[in-house]
Design a protein around this ligand. Sequence first.
Ligand SMILES: Cc1ncc(COP(=O)(O)O)c(C=O)c1O
Length: 343
Amino acid sequence: MNFSSDNAYGAAPEIVQAMAAAGISPEPSYGEDQFTKRLSSRLAEIFEHEVAVFPVSTGTAANALSLATLCPPHGAVFCHAESHIVMDECAATEFLGGGLRLVALPGAHGKVAPAAIEAALPSFRRGVHSSLPSAVSLTQATEYGTVYTPVEVAAVTAAARKAGMAVHMDGARFANALCHLGCHPADITWRAGVDVLCFGATKNGACGAEAVIFFDRAKVRDFEYRRKRSGHLLSKMRFASAQLLAYLESDLWLHHASRANALAAQLAAGLAAVPGVKLAQPVEANEIFVYLPEALANRLRSDGAAFYDWEPPAAGRVLARLVTSFATPETAIADFLARIRPT
Ligand SMILES: Cc1ncc(COP(=O)(O)O)c(C=O)c1O
C-alpha cells in the first residue's frame, strides 16, 4: 500500500531493457548519438511540430535550466504558490537563473489563472526598481493533481503574451494530464501558446530521464551552454534517450499514465464514500488530496500504508496526499479501502 509517490516505484521493464540494449558499442557522445537523434524525430511526430529536444536526468534541472533560458537574471517568473519550482527545488531556478525571481501566485486547485497574472503585474512597473516579468510557469498536471484544459492553458498564455512574457510548462506528470483530457499533445502545448515543455518520464516509468522540449528554436538561445555549465550535459546521453524512446514506443507512456489515473479514480471513489473522509481537490490525474481523520491516518500507517501529510495535522484531521503510479498493484487499492473503517 505504497501511495507515497510515483517516484517510489521503480522503472518499467521495457525501459530497463532499452537501456541495456543501448549497449556497449561505440556511439558519438554528448547527444550526437543515434538514440538522441531518433528521440527528436519521434517527439516532433508526437507533437506535430518542429522541436528542439534536450534530455536531462532530473525534473529540477529541466525546470531550472529552461526557465533560466527564458528569463534574464533581472526577470521574474510568475508561477503558482504551491508549484514544485517554488516549494521543492531548493531555489534551483533562482540559482541557475542568476538571481531571477519567482513570484508565487494564489489560485484555486493549484492553477495559475489569467486574473492572478494581471493582478500581479502592476507591482512590477517601477522600471529598474522591480524585476522584469519575463515568464509564466504552469504545472501540468498541477501539484494538486488537477489538470488545465486546453482552453485554460490558452487563457494563461494569452495573458502572458499580453505582458510580453514567455510560457514554461512543468510536465513532470504531462502524460497523466494528457490521458485525463484525451486531447492531442499539441492542444495543451505549442498550439495553446506554450514555449517550452519539461516533458517528464521518470515518475511514469523511466529510470531517470526528462526531455526539455522547445517549440521555437529561436528560444533555445544559450540553453546548451547552461546545461553544460550546470553539469547536466550527459556524456553517454544515449542511455537517457533510449529510456525516452522506449517510453514513447507503442504508447507505453500513455498506457502507464492511464493505468495510474484509473487507479487514482478508483481509490478516490472508494474514499469519497467513507463518512468523515473528504476529497480536498478534484481527482483528475494520479494524485489524491484527501482529508482523513487523524486517528484513521495513524491506523492506516500502522497497517502498512505509506502516504504523505500535505499539511501538518490540525483539528483532528490530516490532509493526506496519495499517489498512484504505473506499477501500483491493484490489490493495494483494494487493501487500502478495506482497511478504511469508521474509527
Ligand atoms: C511537479 C513536479 N515537477 C518537477 C519535479 C522534479 O523532479 P526531480 O525530483 O526529478 O527533480 C517533481 C518531482 O516530484 C514534480 O512533482
